[in-house]
Design a protein around this ligand. Structure first.
Ligand code: SF4
Ligand code: SF4
Ligand code: FES
Length: 328
C-alpha cells in the first residue's frame, strides 16, 4: 500500500450556544489529517472523537444539499467538497473554523438563515406560466435556450455567496447574489411569464441589482462556480432591454460608463461623476477631485486623452450594447 503522507493541523473552532452563552469562544483541536480528507471529515471527527455536543449541518456529503457551508480562515467553504490540504496550502497549518455568519450563530456552525431564505423567496423563485391541463405535447426547452440560464439552476442554496457579500453586510435590504442569480434563472427561461414582475422587484434601489458593488466576492465564494455577479450584470441589461431602467444615480453611472468608453476609449472619472450625479454632485466631489488631480489620477477635462484604438473600441461597444435608456 502506498505511503500516505499525513499532516498535523491545528483547528481553532468557533463554539457558541445561543441558549447558554453570552459570548462565543474558540476550542483548539490538533489532528493528523490525511491528504484526501475534506473539512466535513474534520467536523465529524470533532463530534465523534472529541465532543458529541458539537453542532453543524450536513446531509448529502456530495456537494448537492448545500447544508454544510462554513468559513475557514474567513474563506467561504463547502465542508464536504473542500479538501483540508488545499486550505493548508493557502493558510498554513492553523485553520480557524467558523460559521458563515458569526452574528447569526445558533449553535457552533449552525446559523439562522432566515434572512437568506426570505430574500430567496421574495423573487418568485418558480416558473410562472399558464398550464394547459391536458397538453398534447411536451413543452421542450432546446439546449441553446437552456444555455441562457448559464447553469443558474445548479445553485444548491448553500448561501456562501450571500454570507460573503459586502453589500449585504452594509445594507440589510439588499437581496444578495443568490436571490439575484435565481431571478436570472427564471427570467432567462423562455417558458416563464413573470419576467417583468421580477424585474420590478430587483430594479429597486436598496434591495436590487443596482446596489451590487461588483466586488466579485460571490464569484469567488460559489462552490458551483455559478458566477452570480455575471447574472446580476445580465439583469442590468434585461432592465434596459425591457425599457424598465429608471433614471437614478446607479443607472446613470452605468450609462455614463458606457458613454465615457465610447467617447474616449478609456474611463473619464470626472465625466462619470457629472453623468451620474449631475453638476451639484460634481461640486460635492471637488475636494476629492483636487486630491486626485494632485496625485495624477485624473486630468483636466480639456486634457482628457483618447485611446489610440478608439475606432475599434467604438465598434466593440456598439456590437455588445443593448442599452435603451431614454434620452441617452
Ligand atoms: S459582486 Fe455584488 S453581489 Fe457579488 S459579492 Fe460583490 S456586491 Fe455582493
Ligand atoms: S449561487 Fe453558488 S454560492 Fe450562492 S447559494 Fe447558489 S450555489 Fe451557493
Ligand atoms: S453535505 Fe450536502 S453539500 Fe455538503
Amino acid at each position: 500500500m502506498a505511503n500516505i503522507e499525513k499532516k498535523r493541523v491545528n483547528f481553532k473552532v468557533f463554539r457558541f450556544n445561543s441558549e447558554t452563552d453570552y459570548l462565543p469562544h474558540y476550542i483548539e483541536y490538533e489532528m493528523e489529517v490525511a491528504p484526501g480528507e475534506v473539512m466535513l471529515d474534520i467536523l465529524n471527527r470533532i463530534k465523534w472523537e472529541h465532543d458529541g455536543s458539537f453542532s453543524y449541518r450536513r446531509s448529502c456529503r456530495h456537494g448537492i444539499c448545500g447544508s454544510c457551508a462554513i468559513k475557514v480562515n474567513g474563506k467561504a467553504t463547502l465542508a464536504c467538497k473542500d479538501r483540508v490540504m488545499d486550505l493548508v496550502e493557502i493558510f498554513g497549518d492553523e485553520l480557524v473554523v467558523e460559521p458563515q455568519n458569526k452574528a447569526r450563530a445558533i449553535k457552533d456552525m449552525v446559523i439562522d438563515k432566515k434572512d437568506f431564505w426570505s430574500k430567496y423567496n421574495s423573487v418568485n423563485p418558480f416558473l410562472t406560466t399558464e398550464i394547459d391541463e391536458h397538453p398534447e405535447k411536451e413543452n421542450i426547452v432546446m439546449p441553446e435556450e437552456a444555455e441562457k440560464l448559464e447553469e443558474a439552476d445548479y445553485c444548491i442554496q448553500c448561501g456562501n455567496c450571500y454570507y460573503s457579500c459586502p453589500a449585504v453586510q452594509v445594507n440589510e435590504d439588499y437581496l444578495g447574489p443568490a436571490a439575484l442569480a435565481l431571478t436570472w434563472r427564471f427570467n432567462a427561461d423562455k417558458r416563464d411569464e413573470a419576467k417583468r414582475e421580477r424585474l420590478e422587484t430587483v430594479n429597486e434601489i436598496g434591495p436590487g441589482i443596482w446596489d451590487c458593488v461588483k466586488c466579485f466576492e460571490c464569484a469567488e465564494a460559489c462552490p458551483k462556480e455559478l458566477n452570480p455577479i455575471g447574472k446580476i450584470t445580465k439583469l442590468h441589461l434585461q432592465t434596459f432591454e425591457e425599457d424598465m431602467a429608471k433614471d437614478n444615480v446607479a443607472v446613470r453611472h452605468a450609462v455614463g460608463f458606457k458613454h465615457s468608453i465610447d467617447k474616449h476609449g478609456i474611463l473619464d472619472e470626472g465625466e462619470l461623476v457629472k453623468y451620474s450625479e449631475g453638476l451639484i454632485g460634481v461640486l460635492k466631489h471637488v475636494p476629492e477631485a483636487i486630491a486626485m488631480y494632485k496625485k495624477g489620477k485624473i486630468v483636466l477635462p480639456w486634457n482628457m486623452p483618447k485611446s489610440k484604438n478608439l475606432d475599434e473600441i467604438k465598434k466593440l461597444v456598439k456590437s455588445v450594447s443593448t442599452a435603451k435608456f431614454k434620452g441617452k
